[in-house]
Design a protein around this ligand. Structure first.
Ligand code: TRP
Length: 448
């Protein structure tokens, strides 16, 4: 079985070396595993919560997209998209908002911290707090649950949000799943052995400390940043303690073990800090130089990046569109076209009958499924150019007219006027197929 790994990157800044070692590099490595099905996306709706500078949002989306691609994310294998290109996400966000407890969200760290700060300053508790900030975890739950992610790699500050996604998903399953797990409940993964890089001053590398080393600045910017790394004042020739030097920690994050040992020995035998910085610079340049060229090439062709991301969104929507159709169905936002069977079959207990689910395919065409009482798919219709045509076929299938069911390798099709209008999934054997045909006939039998 494949594991679906999903994570979002908020698009408010420019990636630095710490983001690379701590998040981007491990995510790209994970996406290459044979059993990985990775969904990585630019959380640009989330960015709007923190930032009201359109130019910065736009610049950051471009830079982050180019960074991941330049560093080797394979978009044939992974699904890479912008959150804002998936309209199903805000729609699901609303469905989840309607079941998420306000009390649950009151406990979210980010919201609580803002309230505490207001109270401390003698302000109204909610001063300056938007509904975006308050609902942030619900949007994040929609990101995760939309794609039924198993694993969500995040920083420690985000664990609570993934747990809220579990809570909200569980509640939705309970209310609308009819015994079925509509949503997979996700798990946060914190990679323990991933490098947390120190910044220039030795504190954690972070934009808010202004101590970052740029990932894809020019070679000169990289060199200048490395030159600003704070060291102790030991002179050339004096032994340096590698373990207490964050310059060494930075070196370690990018060097093979043998290289690390060699560098440590040199520091201990008195290598000058200036020379040590030069070694670190050379190491970083050797690892990032080529990627920087790819980055610059990508950034200079934003229209190509747009195409890549739109293709990623189309791929993601292949999952999101039909799944949202099922969820709408589950909460009672159903087509009136399938109403006929329900009123006619009122004797049947709600939730126990087969049902039609209509949806739009990613290419905009109209289709429907017929699910049996247990939620198993009996039929998937062909694509129809318009909803009316799909509705007509749907209606005829329910009209009680004799069904023309034809077997076709391992599956069966339903024919109307010499055209196959819907097909079953493939079955393990003939018995399973026969049993499904029986369920189909029962489901579509005229109601009296
Ligand atoms: N909130 C996350 C962060 O700031 C970004 C994010 C948005 C995310 N949606 C997500 C991460 C879904 C994981 C899964 O880091």
């Amino acid at each position: 079985m494949t594991t679906r790994i999903l994570t979002g990157i908020t698009t408010t800044g420019t990636p630095h070396l710490g983001n690379y070692a701590g998040a981007i590099r491990p995510a790209i490595v994970a996406s290459r595993a044979a059993d990985a099905d990775s969904f990585y996306f630019l959380a640009d709706y989330h960015a709007l919560i923190k930032c009201d500078d359109p130019a910065r949002i736009q610049r950051s989306r471009l830079e982050i997209a180019a960074t991941w691609l330049a560093l080797g994310l394979d978009t044939d294998k992974a699904t890479f998209y912008r959150q804002s290109d998936i309209p199903e996400i805000p729609e699901l966000c609303w469905l989840l908002t309607c079941v998420a407890g306000k009390g649950l969200l009151n406990r979210a760290h980010a919201y609580k911290a803002s309230v505490d700060k207001n109270v401390e300053q003698g302000e109204d508790p909610d001063a300056g707090i938007t509904m975006g900030l308050f609902s942030y975890p619900v949007l994040m739950a929609a990101d995760i649950l939309m794609f039924n992610a198993h694993k969500v790699p995040v920083g420690r500050d985000q664990i609570q949000h993934v747990e809220m996604a579990r809570d909200i998903g569980q509640r939705f399953n309970h209310l609308f799943g009819n015994g079925k797990e509509l949503f997979t409940l996700p798990e946060a993964v914190i990679e323990e052995d991933v490098a947390t890089l120190p910044g220039l001053d030795g504190r954690k590398m972070s934009k808010s400390y202004h101590n970052t080393i740029p990932l894809f600045g020019t070679a000169k910017q990289l060199k200048d940043a490395v030159a600003r790394i704070v060291t102790d004042s030991k002179l050339p020739g004096e032994a340096k303690d590698a373990d207490s030097s964050h310059l060494f920690t930075l070196y370690q994050a990018f060097a093979a073990p043998a290289q690390q040992a060699e560098f440590r020995a040199e520091l201990e035998s008195g290598l000058a800090w200036g020379e040590a910085k030069n070694r670190l610079y050379q190491l970083l340049e050797s690892q990032l130089g080529e990627a920087r060229e790819r980055y610059n090439a990508l950034i200079s062709k934003p229209a190509d990046l747009e195409d890549i991301l739109l293709a990623g969104a189309a791929k993601a929507r292949k999952t999101a569109t039909p799944f949202l159709g099922e969820l709408r169905e589950a909460v009672g936002l159903r087509s009136f076209r399938s109403q006929a069977i329900n009123t006619a079959g009122e004797k049947k207990k709600a939730g126990k009958s087969a049902r039609f689910v209509s949806f739009r395919d990613e290419d905009g065409s109209f289709r429907f499924r017929l699910l049996d009482a247990a939620g198993e798919q009996l039929l998937l219709s062909k694509s129809f150019a318009d909803g009316k045509a799909a509705g007509m076929v749907n209606k005829r299938l329910q009209s009680g007219e004799a069904l023309d069911v034809r077997e076709q390798d391992g599956a069966f099709g339903v024919w109307l006027d010499d055209e196959c209008v819907a097909q079953s999934p493939a079955f393990a054997d003939g018995d399973a197929r026969e049993a499904a045909i029986t369920r189909l006939r029962e489901a579509l039998a005229p109601q009296d």
